[in-house]
Write a protein that binds this ligand. Structure first.
Ligand code: NDP
Ligand code: GDR
Length: 324
């Protein structure tokens, strides 16, 4: 009998890669999707006939319980969230409701429907915020710097609390930034690669950015979903940092992307206060040694390869849509 997995957030970047990965492992894959007036299944279009989509919303307890009872999963991957940090200042209560309380709703549904279900929580390096040590590891204290980061700290601790209170196999993956050609356009990597491609093709004249000095530990989403799965295959639940261990500045990202299309970024990049944040995180760089030792996981795609892969994909996307 094949294993059954339910993915919340299947329409997002990570959800789409994880669904592909689990299908490749022979899983029966279910995805929770919320009701929208316009269908937004573009990231899972190519596998839509292989997965079962179940209506539900992280804001609605009944729908979560019904979804679990319906698909009876062995594993749940909770990827659903209001995941854009900048938006969390404008919508702090909504962000807390989905990204923090949503985790409790799902854990409680597991407790009532079937406490043997294994649970993965998508925790984030944003929990480290004003970092207490460099690099950050599983034991580093949290100091979140945005309503999003605060919500993720709640989600992280409620996962541990349900693990300890009800003996659930509930695991938290503290993942550092991971990107891909499927990254949302609002995030800095995709904004840079997509705009560099547009400028190259004569479709845009400038790229407006916020803080060019920000630094991040950027990996490839396709590599990171494997770590999520590995965590749920362990005998005991635990917490793991997943990162590359390298950090790069936004300016470096811009340089690699523009170099790849043969342009000098200084001619196109404009700093715009609209994209500055009320508070920034410090030097985020993860120490993935526990994931390496216990899960046998390591990142494969380098920073340069990742940025170039994204630029290439955006060039093709724009070219193809021009030909339509
Ligand atoms: P995305 O923003 O691409 O995807 C978020 C997903 O959550 C979408 O499928 C979205 O659905 C869904 N969602 C949002 N609100 C609800 C709701 N109320 N009910 C049901 N579904 C909802 O995020 P990523 O794929 O990049 O990230 C996945 C998870 O990992 C998130 O929890 C994120 O916070 C976390 N994370 C991500 C990192 C990264 O670098 N990518 C790093 C660390 C953690 P819809 O399509 O309808 O909007
Ligand atoms: P982040 O990703 O906040 O790390 O959250 P994002 O790509 O939005 O920002 C990274 C850094 O780039 C700086 N920056 C800009 N960011 C955006 N979006 N737009 C700009 O124009 C811009 N200019 C500079 C930001 O200030 C920031 O320092 C992501 C999300 O996926 C979260 O859900 C996840 O938890 C964390 O990564 C780990």
């Amino acid at each position: 009998m094949s294993k059954r997995a339910l993915i919340t957030g299947i329409t997002g970047q990570d959800g789409s890669y994880l669904a592909e990965f689990l299908l490749g492992k022979g899983y029966e894959v279910f995805g929770l999707v919320r009701r929208t007036s316009t269908i937004n299944f573009s990231r899972i279009e190519h596998i839509q006939d292989q997965v079962t989509l179940i209506p539900g919303d992280m804001l609605d307890q009944t729908s979560l319980q019904t979804a679990l009872a319906q698909c009876q999963p062995d594993e749940i991957y909770n990827l659903a969230a209001q995941s854009f940090v900048q938006t969390s200042w404008g919508q702090p209560v909504f962000t807390g409701d989905v990204t923090a309380l949503g985790v409790t709703r799902l854990l409680d549904a597991i407790r009532h429907v079937d406490p043997t279900i294994r649970f993965y929580q998508a925790s984030s390096s944003e929990m480290f915020g004003k970092v207490r040590e460099v690099p950050q590891r599983e034991t580093t204290p949290f100091y979140p710097r945005s309503p999003y980061g605060v919500a993720k700290v709640y989600g992280h601790w409620i996962t541990i609390n349900y693990r300890e209170s009800y003996n659930l196999h509930a695991t938290s993956g503290i993942l550092f930034n991971h990107e891909s050609p499927r990254r949302g356009m609002e995030f800095v990597t995709r904004k840079v690669t997509h705009t560099a491609a547009r400028i190259k093709l004569g479709m845009a004249k400038e790229l407006r950015l916020g803080n060019l000095d920000s630094q991040r530990d950027w990996g490839f989403a396709g590599d990171y979903v494997e770590a999520m799965w590995l965590m749920l295959q362990q005998e005991s639940p635990d917490d793991y940092v997943v990162a590359t261990g390298e950090t790069h500045r936004v300016e470096e990202l811009v340089q690699v992307a523009f170099d790849h299309v043969g342009l000098d970024w200084h001619d196109y990049v404009v700093q715009d206060p609209r994209f500055m944040r009320p508070a920034e995180v410090d030097l985020l760089v993860g120490d993935p040694s526990k994931a390496g030792e216990q899960l046998g996981w390591e990142p494969r795609v380098t920073f340069g390869e990742l940025v170039r892969m994204m630029v290439e994909s955006d060039l093709k996307l724009l070219h193809d849509s021009n030909c339509d």
